[in-house]
Ligand binder design. Structure first.
Ligand code: 5GP
Length: 191
């Protein structure tokens, strides 16, 4: 998506360790006009796919998922990051290795909000190694729901998570795929 690539070039900053900061329009301050265009684009890309729910993960997925949901007319459920899993069986759980924080955390979704037969589009801000998305897919499997697709804003193609998911048969539509980037020069190249 040209608009998003241009915005990343203009306002994104490349940090050491393969981290892209996009706090001025995506991860801290949010550009809602841009989010609307992203939502329209996912709707166009997934036009042939039946969707009953959108699933994302807190915190930075929530804004883009909520705006995108207006084009799909479905509810948004977000997986919550938690320290303590409630073991009374009321939640679906997955463990996710965090790319940005270098630790493993648990995410939960209440059984009330995902059920067998749900056709779920997963939306998130970044796709790097693919751990967050894989965790969300595990939760959907546990719920007996179907992952009909994955929409991410920025895929860091050089980390391979997106391609591994595609090879596993998951339909992944990333609006900008970064082929490589360099902290020293600040250059960003798209696929
Ligand atoms: P993955 O699980 O695919 O390795 O990483 C995805 C998650 O890590 C995203 O939900 C996002 O929050 C975070 N993340 C991964 N890479 C970056 C990055 O370069 N910049 C930012 N801001 N977040 C990232």
């Amino acid at each position: 998506m040209r608009l998003l690539e241009e915005r990343i070039q203009k306002d994104g900053t490349v940090k050491e360790g393969g981290v892209l900061k996009v706090d001025s329009f995506l991860n801290h301050q949010m550009d809602i006009a841009l989010f609307n265009e992203m939502g329209k684009e996912w709707k166009r890309l997934f036009a042939d796919v039946p969707v009953t729910k959108i699933l994302t993960i807190e915190a930075s997925g929530i804004g883009i998922a909520a705006i995108a949901a207006q084009y799909f007319n479905v509810p948004v459920v977000f997986a919550k990051k938690t320290q303590s899993i409630n073991l009374d069986g009321s939640v679906y759980t997955a463990k996710i290795q965090s790319f940005t924080h270098q630790r493993v955390y648990d995410v939960i979704v209440s059984r009330k909000y995902l059920s067998e037969g749900d056709k779920v589009l997963i939306i998130d801000d970044f796709l790097a190694n693919g751990n967050a998305i894989t965790g969300l897919i595990e939760i959907l499997k546990e719920a007996g729901a179907e992952a009909v697709g994955v929409g991410t804003a920025i895929e860091k193609g050089f980390q391979g998570g997106g391609d591994r998911l595609r090879e596993a048969g998951v339909r992944v539509e990333s609006l900008a795929i970064i082929e490589d980037m360099d902290a020293a020069s600040g250059s960003i190249r798209f696929r």
